[in-house]
Design a protein around this ligand. Sequence first.
Ligand code: G3H
Ligand code: 13P
Ligand code: ZN
Length: 309
Amino acid sequence: MPLVNTKEMFKKAYEGNYAIGAFNVNNMEIIQGIVDAAKEESAPLILQVSAGARKYAKHIYLMKLVEAAVEDSGLPIALHLDHGDSFEICKSCIDGGFTSVMIDASHHSFDENVEITKQVVEYAHERGVVVEAELGRLAGIEDAVSVSEKDAAYTDPNQVIEFVERTGVDSLAIAIGTSHGAFKFKGEAQLRFDILEEIQKKLPSFPIVLHGASSVIPEYVEMINKFGGDMPGAKGVPEEMLRKAASMAVCKINIDSDLRLAMTASVRKYLAENPSHFDPRQYLSPARLAIKEIVKHKLVHVLGCNGKV
Ligand code: G3H
Ligand code: 13P
Ligand code: ZN
């Protein structure tokens, strides 16, 4: 089976009240850990690549590794560009074999966001590739920001119908209170499910995407700190909130930080306990296993997409 796009996956996920995991990949061990987990759980999968990942590993290496994963696992896998910030990077990924791209023009005005997104959609759809766009702004939703500015960063439900109709986009990332990285909330985690509900009413059966969805698992943070790290106050999205989002219109949940934490905790522990070892295979084997375990947990207990192949 070749790489697939996300059309069929999202349709089933929407109807089945679950979500597909979109995991960021940067190297072979991360890809293998994720795909091993999905294979064991018979889960459809989105592997996503950021501009930084492309710079780190090179497009061609990631492409070939993901093609190997498809061939080795036989799973339906979509290869997605995460946070493409221009038409050019989206075009480069579409031309280079990706089956899905995100154009993130959310930092532009509404009309500019529409124009750039529409340009990407036209190019992508002619080539069988699907497009995710973003409305509202994830970054900047911080405690330090005053309430009115804070509200302005959430997705405005009154804009979603016009945005989707004018752009022809296939899925929409929305801002309801999550943010990227390991330090999402200072106090109690709060997501604006009322906004999600309103958007769902306005766009029936339309797939919604949730970015910044790592839970920042405390065990990994503790392990990192126990073995020489320093990560005070890390806090993520509680799993029950993600399960609730997955049972609603959210069909794609983006997770990167939790995988980074799992991998880093494992490498720190291994090297602290085996100070004389220096073969990368020795510390990358448990790291790859840690990725597999955290992804299995997400597939079964958070996303609910296990057994959905
Ligand atoms: O949303 C961002 C992802 O976590 C990717 O991060 O740009 O450091 O690769 P990155
Ligand atoms: P986290 O930093 O919460 O893992 O979010 C990842 C993400 O949204 C990638 O696009
Ligand atoms: Zn993101």
